[in-house]
Design a protein around this ligand. Structure first.
Ligand code: SF4
Length: 508
């Protein structure tokens, strides 16, 4: 492969194994164990099993790596695994005695967890269609991968006041919300030179806030300087006393714009003067294999044509297509992942991206092999027979799994799906409608950037605790700033599905 995932060192795995064994022997508490495991992206679930988050810079994984993850999951975790809204994978239901084995097995295939959680540099994301989109400025994935590879080798990336999220968008369309994250880059060109517009100090979660323009344009060779300067600034001045006030956006607010920029410029000068090594950018080639060992399946059925219209898109590379595969709640069964990986490995090594909607986007598929892809996809992705709408909805795990969750948004999404089937509402007109649900105000379901978003809460009515959802509406970009969805209502949980249906009917 021409890209590389950050490695967790043997010594780090061995160290984690010692703490896990102490936990199993009841020599340390779950709280103490969390302190060691969280920065590596490992968390205890409600059911005493563990979740293991696998870093995938820019949402990239090779078919053989995907197959390995599925086989590791089959042997040591649950019967399915999960695609996250930050383009990573999560294994669930890993028993404590299997954690170290899983880490060692992942390391064998160049996959690692470092920075999957805790107060660290989190997965660096990039537009899933980067490198293939007809309307992009240029491919930003090499920058996301290079920044990831470089920063995971720097010790201070793992001892920050709070998490640090970076996003790279391949056009102003900003399909990774670079305008609303700790540090966001949007591809741009000036006088024929590649570069980026840079946003800082945005973010979702409690007290969500849109990002601020830090630079109208930086040349591409300055990307690392900017990342490093923001990281150093955060490291030095971030709030380490109160984790609820620790993210970069709180630093921006407490310092004020002028002071923040002044201190940032100091750090930027220091970084530039330190003559750091250049970023190593890999050339991520978008092409199909020369000799594909498959018989082309040329299909003419109406079902195939409808699927192709909904889910396949021509790439800027003539004759090649990308294909979206929607998964219910981002979950993919181990066996299905093996089947998909076996097929796609024959077509192109560079063929998989995870999307922020918890789906898979295949790429580099020659048009004559779309039939081969279709025949497998309709078996592993029931949503592929429906309009794109449902596969684009997001609902976080909620209280069923999450320890701080309040409500269970996935139940609502399932109820919505059933209701849509019952009333037979065609949603092909609304492929990109964003209906996002979070089980609490924390925004893992990204309700702040939705067209229609919901956040679970408890409301006391006559001394009774009732599940309610706060309703958010209409996130939009105005004057280059992402205006977050506004809180407009609060409704009882039992009214949410009908509320969504009425909203959809108005927009068809
Ligand atoms: S939004 Fe709340 S309930 Fe959902 S995963 Fe995040 S913390 Fe848990």
């Amino acid at each position: 492969m021409n890209y590389q995932s950050p490695i967790l060192l043997d010594s780090e795995i061995n160290e984690l194994e010692i703490y896990i064994n102490k936990f199993i022997a009841e020599e340390i508490s779950a709280v103490e164990l969390k302190h060691h495991l969280a920065p590596a992206g490992i968390y205890e679930q409600k059911n005493k099993m563990f979740m293991v988050r696998i870093r995938c810079a820019a949402g990239i994984i090779s078919p053989s790596q995907l197959k390995s993850v599925a086989l590791i999951s089959q042997k040591f975790a649950g019967n399915e695994f999960h695609i996250t809204t930050r383009q990573q994978l999560q294994l669930h239901d890993v028993p404590p005695e299997n954690i170290a084995i899983v880490l060692k097995e992942l390391k064998k295939v160049n996959l690692a967890l470092r920075g999957g959680g805790g107060n660290t540099l989190r997965n660096v994301i990039a537009s899933p269609d980067s490198g293939i989109s007809e309307s992009e400025v240029f491919d930003v994935a090499p920058y996301a991968v290079a920044i990831s590879n470089k920063l995971v080798t720097e010790a201070d990336s793992f001892k920050l006041p709070r998490k640090f999220k970076i996003a790279f968008a391949n056009s102003e369309n900003d399909n990774v919300y670079a305008r609303c994250t700790d540090l966001g880059f949007i591809a741009s060109e000036k006088d024929g030179q590649k570069g980026f517009k840079v946003f800082a100090a945005g973010g979702m979660g409690r007290k969500a806030q849109s990002g601020n323009i830090l630079h109208d344009f930086i040349p591409e060779e300055e990307v690392y300087f900017v990342v490093e300067a923001i990281k150093k600034l955060f490291d030095k001045y971030g709030n380490r006393e109160n984790r609820n006030q620790a993210r970069i956006r709180f630093l921006w607010n407490s310092l004020g714009k002028e002071k923040f920029i002044e201190l940032y410029n100091e750090e930027l000068e220091n970084v530039k003067n330190s003559n750091p090594e250049k970023l190593v950018l890999s050339d991520i080639e978008n092409k199909a294999n020369n000799n594909i060992p498959l018989d082309e399946k040329i299909l003419t059925s109406e079902k195939f044509s409808l699927w192709k219209k909904r889910y396949a898109r021509p790439q800027k590379q003539t004759g090649l297509f990308s294909v979206d595969i929607p998964f219910i709640f981002g979950n993919i069964k181990n066996d299905d992942a093996v089947t998909l990986a076996d097929l796609i490995s024959k077509i192109s090594d560079n063929s998989i991206r995870f999307t922020l909607n918890q789906n898979i986007m295949l790429r580099n598929i020659p048009e004559n092999f779309l039939g081969n892809i279709y025949e497998i996809i309709i078996k592993i992705s029931p949503l592929s027979e429906k309009s794109r709408f449902l596969g684009n909805c997001i609902a976080c795990t909620g209280a069923a799994v999450c320890k701080i969750g309040i409500a269970q948004p996935r139940k609502l999404l399932k109820a919505l799906s059933d209701k849509l089937d019952e009333i037979n509402l065609s949603l092909d007109e609304l492929p990109d409608m964003k209906i996002y649900l979070s089980g609490c105000p924390n925004s893992c379901g990204q309700h702040h950037i939705a067209d229609l978003g919901f956040a679970g809460r408890i409301k006391r009515i006559n001394d009774e605790r009732k599940f309610y959802y706060t309703v958010f509406k209409n996130a939009e970009v105005k004057n280059d700033i992402l205006c977050l969805a506004k809180e407009i209502d609060e409704i009882p949980e039992e009214n949410v599905v009908n509320y969504i249906i009425e909203y959809l009917k108005k927009h068809i």
